[in-house]
Design a binder for this molecule. Structure first.
Ligand code: FAD
Length: 287
């Protein structure tokens, strides 16, 4: 079946095509065109009609809401996210490390989530920040944690009549933030491993602590068990907690997907972040 059977001009038109034919949304096309390729000059083979949604203005743009949350439309590109002044730092870092400039100008946040690759760069910081995804159909909208929406490698909770409308990131004010993507090269490389971490420390007490890891299992990993070991503890207690904390993290990592170096590198990154908290390093971004 040829690419681009439809080019809806409005969101309603697109939702009708979803409902009537389960049409496959093509946003930037940087995943669809590559995954289904047949050869030079040939359209990819897809089992349902395709609709190009790239022109739908209802799904574009970044909004800072009054409550401090940030809403990113599904068709917002990685380039737009990377250069935004309101998008939280972890997400900007991930967007700015995606592929090369040309790719960042086409690749959308909706496509990155819809593709649900464990190596996708944006779900990892978004899940760290407890972001929610907004899904839209003729039946209305529903909203759920992105962590629940992505079920596993290439699996999401998207219904056949729905589109991803936007992502909403609640406000945060972290004392310390960390982001690292490890790939074959510094730029233009799919992630081999990535880690985000963030903490709020007040009067020597860790009030909030979280970490998320990408490309370390079938979906982004967060270990609530490990996080709870650090939250509400004094920074002086952290050194003695670190071994149990790292053990808990290790248990959360998929036993099948992880060669040993990935486990060791994750442990080193987490240790570096915890050391910065213990040493009360005075800059918010930890490198
Ligand atoms: C050379 C190259 C380098 C790459 N490097 C990286 C990288 O460094 N990091 C990274 O994370 N990814 C990378 N990718 C993968 C890809 O670019 C990203 O996943 C990108 O964000 C996909 O967005 P898109 O708009 O192109 O998605 P598309 O290809 O248009 O769609 C991807 C999937 O999402 C679905 N979809 C799209 N929009 C919606 C919507 N609004 N609602 C419901 N479903 C939707 C589509 O139906 C499809 O299943 C790379 C790809 C290439 C070809």
């Amino acid at each position: 079946m040829a690419v681009a059977n439809y080019i809806p001009e409005t969101l309603d038109e697109a939702l009708l095509l979803r409902k009537a034919e389960g049409a496959i949304p093509l946003a930037g096309g940087t995943d669809i065109m590559v995954q289904n390729k047949r050869g030079i000059g040939l359209d990819p083979i897809l089992d349902r009609p395709v609709m190009i949604i790239a022109g739908l203005k209802e799904l574009k743009g970044i909004t800072l809401h009054e409550d401090g949350s940030v809403e990113i439309g599904a068709l917002t590109t990685a380039g737009e996210i990377a250069s935004s002044l309101v998008v939280p730092w972890h997400v900007r870092m991930a967007a700015s490390g995606m592929g090369a400039v040309a790719l960042r100008n086409s690749a959308t946040i909706g496509g990155n989530i819809g593709n649900a690759s464990p190596k996708g760069d944006l779900p990892q910081p978004l899940i760290l920040l407890d972001a929610e995804v907004v899904l839209i159909s003729f039946g209305g909208e529903r909203r759920m944690l992105l962590d629940d929406f992505i079920k596993g490698s290439k699996k999401t909770d998207l219904r056949s009549d729905e589109l991803i409308k936007s992502v909403i990131i609640p406000p945060h004010d972290f004392t310390y933030s960390y982001y690292r993507k490890i790939g074959m090269r510094k730029a233009n490389a799919i992630s081999k491993l990535s880690l985000s971490a963030a903490a709020v420390v007040k009067d020597g007490l860790v009030v909030d602590f979280r970490a998320s890891s990408g490309a370390a299992g079938p979906k982004v990993i967060r270990s609530r068990e490990a996080e709870s070991m650090i939250i509400r503890r004094s920074i002086e207690d952290i050194p003695e907690i670190v071994p149990d904390f790292l053990d808990a993290w290790d248990r959360a990592i998929s036993p099948h997907a992880m060669p040993k170096y990935r486990r060791n590198t994750t442990a080193r990154m987490l240790t570096r972040f915890l050391e910065a908290i213990v040493n009360e390093e005075d800059h918010g971004i930890i490198e």
